[in-house]
Write a protein that binds this ligand. Structure first.
Ligand code: NDP
Ligand code: MG
Length: 381
């Protein structure tokens, strides 16, 4: 199904804004927009795109927005239920979910049940509720197209795959983040400012810190398990500093196919929307001779232990990935608020993983319950 009418959830964020840029270039109609509390930004977006519906999760901000948009026909809602209404909006055929965190899970499930095509940037949706989302997607015959650059790369490399037997492994590339090559001792004292300086990508604060701890790669490993139905042990992680090779797949004949491009999220965002077609892109061409060299390294699993925690959590299965994800959301937030140090993030996530009791089978309500518990454990209350 080709995209023509979109709901963009998390439209004021880094991916949200780039998605709207793709909508402008490709001429898609935007039917709904959502954010948490960014009143001015979403007002400007609403005036430009004239959607039917806009939601701000924060009630007070939604009230302010309602007054600001009084002269338009745009309907304004609040709360996560408002986001879900945008996800199920009848006039939209596609939902691009670029909400940050597991708050995106309910809107994703709502969009799946409403039969929408999903362009998914919100990786926490699959980490926290992978089995729920994938089984509902199968039930409703809904396609989930990856926006995350690594998963878009793998998705592209798998096109034309003859059979499941032909696939040997996925090779997930990682930039290594701003602290590549640093020792644990050096990481004890790193500041938020240095953690927010990503070498290749400009992203929201949460994912930028996740890249610094390499939790992001652990979350992506779990995301790949769900999207591509592979075992965690069939996913290799390779540090690739230049972020040009966005990931690769290895087939049974040891032929490796990779997807390359400049590090600009508008390429994977656009492909999730135009698939199976390809349109012209606003992103520059890749000039390999200008790059000269591409480098690859093994990850330092002792220093960046979040990758191993995530691999262990998805191997154990059940609610463990959800617990680890929520623990990380809380610890990441506390680091950004200056309440804990950088190495405390992994330490607190590990503690939750090692001490929490998780079910094998779960419902959406179980995910919400484990989320509360994991956050409490990280806060220590
Ligand atoms: P940002 O922080 O830049 O944007 C997040 C968006 O979600 C904003 O619109 C924000 O609104 C909204 N939001 C925040 N909290 C809530 C909530 N509790 N409920 C509903 N909406 C909320 O994040 P990014 O764009 O960087 O990332 C979005 C998702 O995409 C993440 O899952 C991330 O892992 C994934 N991703 C991002 C990449 C990137 O390059 N940025 C690359 C690959 C994946 P407000 O502005 O009002 O706060
Ligand atoms: Mg990624």
């Amino acid at each position: 199904m080709m995209t023509s009418n979109l709901s963009v959830l998390g439209s004021t964020g880094s991916i949200g804004k780039q998605s709207l840029d793709v909508c402008r270039k490709c001429g898609y109609t935007v039917k709904a927009l959502t954010a948490f509390s960014s009143v001015d930004e979403i007002e400007a977006q609403a005036r430009e795109f004239r959607p039917e519906l806009v939601t701000l999760v924060d009630e007070k901000s939604a009230e302010t927005l309602k007054i600001k948009l009084k002269d338009t026909s745009v309907r304004v809602l609040s709360g996560i239920d408002g986001v879900c209404e945008c996800a199920a909006l009848e006039s939209a055929d596609t939902v691009l979910n670029s909400v940050v965190g597991m708050a995106g899970l309910k809107p994703t499930l709502t969009a799946v049940r409403a039969g929408k095509k999903i362009a998914l940037a919100n990786k926490e949706t699959l980490v926290a509720g992978g089995r729920l989302v994938m089984s509902e997607a199968e039930k409703y015959g809904v396609k989930i197209l990856p926006v995350d650059s690594e998963h878009s790369a793998i998705f592209q490399c798998l096109e034309g795959k003859p059979s499941n037997k032909a696939l040997k492994k996925l090779i997930l590339t990682a930039s290594g983040g701003p602290f590549f090559g640093k020792t644990r001792d050096e990481l004890k004292t790193v500041t938020l400012e240095s953690a927010l300086k990503h070498p290749n990508w400009s992203m929201g604060a949460k994912i930028t810190v996740d890249s610094a701890t390499m939790m992001n790669k652990g979350l992506e490993l779990i995301e790949a398990v769900w999207l591509f139905s592979v075992k965690p042990s069939d996913i290799d992680i390779v540090v690739h500093r230049e972020s040009i090779v966005h990931s690769a797949v290895e087939y049974s004949d040891n032929s490796v196919i990779a997807q390359l491009g400049l590090p600009d999220m508008r390429i994977p965002i656009q492909y999730a929307l135009t698939y199976p077609e390809r349109y012209e892109s606003p992103v520059d061409e890749l000039d390999l001779t200008e790059l000269g060299n591409l480098t690859f390294y093994k990850p330092d699993y002792d220093t960046f232990e979040c990758i191993t925690i995530c691999r262990d959590a998805i191997t154990k299965g059940g609610l463990y990935p959800a617990a680890v994800n929520s623990a990380n959301e809380q610890a990441n937030l506390m680091f950004r608020k200056g309440e804990i140090g950088f190495l405390d993030i992994a330490e607190r996530v590990r503690k939750v993983y090692e001490t929490i009791d998780c079910k094998d089978e779960y419902t959406f309500e179980d995910v919400i319950e484990i989320d509360k518990l994991a956050r409490q454990m990280v806060r220590g209350d």
